[in-house]
Design a protein around this ligand. Structure first.
Ligand SMILES: C[S@@+](CC[C@H](N)C(=O)[O-])C[C@H]1O[C@@H](n2cnc3c(N)ncnc32)[C@H](O)[C@@H]1O
Length: 400
């Protein structure tokens, strides 16, 4: 038996690995009690045989990957913000010097950044020439803002959301939330970028065609409202596609409404879209042929009141389209990459902004059963999940 405090290695000869675990002490007498097992001088348990070191090592690998991903999030943010991903998207092999000349950025910083990107597999590395290349498939996700797979909005969201972690940690102690107005404006710009592609590529071509009566009504000229419109991308897309339809966008967040108005002006549809700071729980009655909420219900302070208000705001033949996360409300069904991302986003923003208003704090993992329950309680008679296959979004057609 080695003396207390000596370094301890764990190995698995069959699999050919060994690792130093630290100054593990399996004391029999001496300073430790019999059967006591210590790591770095701390008592870890009283029976080392209960620890499966293979699992510890595997988990150590996982957490190294996860911590690397967390740190890499900051570097992807830098790559997006400084246009480095765009500069790499030509598909050419570039050295850090060439990339520096192209971007006007410091070569030393770029070389370190490229090392991280190569280690993560975002770019390929050719050691002979010390050159890096972004495959065209990766450029679709990282650099091409018009691509349906573009993730730049989510990448941009990492830093403002993570910056809020100390405020969210305070909220863990109090059980209260962090109000939307405390988040930096960049959070909402990132949100706009993360959903803009969805509307550009899917709203008109993929989602609405699953409800032909809605397409017909909007084409003929209808009154529509997007509630919780954020910076108005969905409402503007609707107005552009259906020039006979009058569109209203409502949101409680004044900063987003300002951006929405500017967006409508830039798109040349400000005569057909009106954006207003208004709580969706107080909509005009019997006014709309079509109402939508995109990623709003789970964030809202009072989802029950919101849905009752939407129900009242619809004309008798109207349709409500609800988009929510394509997730299960059950933890055991979310033990995957999407669950990891969405529970994290929900803790850092969705659930937390709702709790800040003394709200329901449903969180992003609301799932279909809760959507059904809320709409039934609000007095809707029909609920149909639309046949749309999407990794992140579930869409529901809801009618009086
Ligand atoms: C996750 S964001 C989605 C924004 C937008 N629909 C999009 O897809 O980009 C949720 C939005 O709902 C808004 N919201 C939440 N509760 C609301 C309510 N009761 N009335 C109006 N807007 C609300 C928030 O201010 C926020 O802009």
């Amino acid at each position: 038996m080695p003396p207390c405090g000596s370094p301890v290695f764990v190995s698995n000869r069959k699999r050919g690995w060994s690792a130093r675990l630290g100054n593990l002490l399996w004391c029999r007498g001496g300073r430790g009690k019999k059967g006591e097992f210590r790591l770095f001088g701390e008592v870890m348990g009283d029976d080392s045989k209960t620890i499966d070191w293979n699992k510890t090592r595997k988990f150590l690998n996982q957490i190294t990957t996860d911590l690397g991903a967390a740190m890499l999030g900051a570097l992807t943010y830098i790559g997006d913000r400084l246009g480095i991903f765009r500069a790499l998207s030509s598909g050419e092999w570039l050295t850090s010097e060439e990339l520096s000349r192209r971007t006007g950025l410091s070569e030393r910083y770029l070389r370190e950044w490229l090392g991280a990107m190569a280690a993560a597999g975002y770019v390929l590395y050719e050691p002979k020439e010390r050159a890096y290349m972004m495959p065209a498939e990766h450029a679709m996700v990282l650099a091409n803002e018009d691509s349906p797979f573009f993730m730049g909005g989510f990448i941009q969201m990492v830093v403002p959301n993570v910056t809020m972690a100390p405020r969210v940690a305070d909220a863990f102690r109090t059980g209260k939330g962090v109000s939307q107005s405390e988040y930096p404006p960049e959070t909402f710009h990132a949100m706009e970028r993360s959903s803009a592609g969805m509307y550009r590529h899917q709203l008109i071509r993929k989602w609405l065609p699953t409800m032909p009566h809605v397409v017909e009504a909007l084409g003929a000229g209808a009154t529509a409202a997007d509630v919780g419109c954020g910076s108005g991308r969905a409402a503007i897309t609707l107005a552009k596609a259906f020039p006979n339809t009058r569109v209203y966008g409502y949101d409680v967040h004044p900063v987003s409404i300002e951006r929405a108005r500017a967006g409508a002006e830039a798109a040349g549809v400000s005569d057909r879209v009106t954006f207003e700071v208004r709580d969706g729980t107080r909509l005009p009655e019997a006014r709309f042929d079509f109402v939508s909420t995109f990623d709003v219900v789970h964030d809202s302070a009072d989802p029950a009141a919101l849905l009752r208000s939407i129900r009242r705001s619809l004309k008798p033949n109207g349709t409500y389209l609800m988009l929510e996360m394509n997730v299960s409300p059950n933890v055991e069904e979310n033990i995957n990459a999407k669950g990891r991302m969405m529970y994290s986003v929900s803790t850092l923003y969705c659930m937390t902004v709702s709790l800040a208003e003394g709200g329901a704090g449903i969180g992003a993992m609301m799932g279909e059963p809760k959507a059904r329950e809320l709409t039934t309680e609000a007095g809707f008679g029909q609920f149909r999940r639309l046949p749309i296959d999407d990794l992140f979004s579930a869409l529901y057609e809801i009618r009086p």
